[in-house]
Design a protein around this ligand. Sequence first.
Ligand code: GLV
Ligand code: MN
Length: 204
Amino acid sequence: ADPGPLQDFCVGVTDPSLGVFVNGFFCKNPKDVTPNDFLYKGFNTVGDTNNPLGAKVVQVNSTTFPALNTLGVAMGRVDYAPGGVNPPHLHPRASEMLAVIEGTLYAGFVSSNLQSGVNRLYAKVLNKGDIFVFPQGLIHFQLNIGSTPAVANVAFGSQTPGLITVANAVFGSMPPISDDVLAKGFQVDEKVIEALRSQFWSDG
Ligand code: GLV
Ligand code: MN
């Protein structure tokens, strides 16, 4: 989904003192670019799933791997403990392919309601070797339904796919969305909103 590059590469310079370039980063002088700029190490590192969700996502994007600047692709690795979930989230700027490397996942996405009037769930149980695709901007998730740890590798069609986790964005925004908006919007009592916010909001 990113625009095509105007040059072979533009290894990003991420030093913020150089200012902000809204379409990505300034390019490192090509004379100073070496093979090491195109090398990312550590993708085999097992993510620490010892957290309330039991899952850990590492995105390799143009911020964490500046060689990707202007190149339109990114990857990620997700580790899941048994029962671990990568919770409902979306990427505003990219479709995503997810390949199961180890384990068994229940994964799906929900469509917009524009074509059929309903938000339809498209979900499957995925085994090792299966690939599923999540269309750009649609809410999706994965749950490890196996009894062993699971691993997925993901690929994105943007150097900076972005990540909006629904619960954190809605109940954990800074500053918070007012109770009136959320109670009416979700058609529940404000107590329910407060309970949810207490899980996802912190002023840190
Ligand atoms: C999986 O959906 C991911 O974005 O890592
Ligand atoms: Mn995703």
